[in-house]
Design a protein around this ligand. Structure first.
Ligand SMILES: [Zn+2]
Length: 347
């Protein structure tokens, strides 16, 4: 098979090198293949840890948008860290007996090959889920069905899901939703000066039913890591509302299932405007709008989120000790969360 895609896809090359190095320890699996410009590109999924559904599961996703390469780089660096630790870190082995970790670092390899936000069919995967916003969305940013030639194209309503989205849904349903407690973090870049951790909804300015749980998780992180105050955690709709958010859809699906399993999805939106402010020459490069271009800044970003990624595992493992229990406790957290996020001009 031609290897051109590897040369043009440094992140895919790095991931496949890591998979080769780790052997069966990552349980690598191609969950779908994407045809793009004469190439067939794999979407890789790696799974570590316990397969029991009574243990918590955490999913790490990146590369949904082909121009936001730093998200994939951050996850590949983290996977490299885990692979290395597998050879000596007994605490990691203990942890993996009690949690499941799922990685899809490059959801949209065709977008990576072409250097486009959308997939090869011109669809913005993060506007593509079959869910409409409750409010007017900014056009076309919130998602449009007019043309794949314009950005933020949702695809046609009548069409099947794009293969990348179908594979992502399958991975989340089989490997996260099946667990009694699971979380996901999906790494993006390109909005704002701060690193934001968004939670649902993107489709609505109204709170999600698990607002108390999200608020408590935020408080736990802030108490545990008070010097990691560079994150701004908030509902996505505070920044803008959109149609078709994959995580809105997957979150609502667990509510509809009504089986008591809890799934909390987050999006890490790395604030790329800060990198541009510090290095305005980045504006001359299309990828510079979304990625740190200077080596020292890239290295800083690659190590910046390790604590958060580890925290999600520890918090998932110990969820019984911090999840609000009982209606009084949940009500108190709900109140605090509404005051924080849903008071000014929100419904
Ligand atoms: Zn993105």
């Amino acid at each position: 098979m031609a290897v051109r895609h590897l040369a043009d896809n440094p992140e895919l090359l790095a991931l496949e090198r890591l998979i080769e190095q780790a052997g069966s320890r990552l349980c690598p699996e191609v969950v779908t293949r994407i045809d793009c410009d004469g190439e067939t590109l794999p979407v890789w999924c790696m799974t570590l840890g316990s397969r029991r559904t009574d243990v918590p599961a955490i999913g790490y996703f990146g590369g949904v948008h082909g121009v936001e390469r730093i998200g994939s780089q951050v996850l590949i660096a983290y996977l490299g860290n885990l692979v290395e630790r597998l050879s000596w870190d007994v605490t990691l082995h203990d942890l993996l007996e009690r949690v499941r970790l799922v990685f899809v670092p490059i959801v949209n390899p065709g977008g990576f090959l072409r250097g486009t936000r959308a997939n090869p069919a011109g669809v913005d995967l993060m506007r593509h889920a079959p869910v409409d916003a409750e409010h007017r969305v900014p056009w076309p940013l919130g998602g449009q069905r007019l043309s794949p030639r314009l950005p933020w194209y949702r695809g046609r309503a009548s069409e099947q899901l794009q293969p990348e989205a179908e594979a992502l849904f399958r991975v989340v349903r089989e490997r996260l939703h099946s667990h009694r407690f699971s979380m996901a973090i999906d790494c993006h870049s390109g909005f704002g000066f701060r690193d934001r951790i968004w939670f649902p909804y993107a489709r609505s300015r109204n709170p999600l039913p698990h607002l108390p749980e999200v608020w408590t998780l935020r408080a736990l992180f802030q108490r545990t890591y008070p010097h990691h105050d560079f994150y701004l955690m908030e509902p996505q709709a505070l920044s803008y509302t959109t149609h078709g958010d994959l995580w809105d859809y997957l979150y609502d699906e667990t509510l509809a299932a009504g089986n008591g399993n809890l799934f909390l999805p987050f999006t890490l939106e790395m604030g790329s405007w800060l990198w541009m402010k510090k290095n305005p020459r980045q504006l001359l490069d299309p990828l510079g709008l979304f990625n740190p271009m200077l080596p020292h800044r890239q290295a800083r970003v690659l190590r910046r989120h390790l604590t958060l990624f580890d925290f999600l595992q520890q918090a998932a493992l110990a969820s019984e000790s911090w999840l609000p229990r009982g209606s009084a406790s949940r009500e108190m957290c709900e109140q605090a969360a509404r005051e924080l996020w849903y008071t000014q001009g929100q419904t």
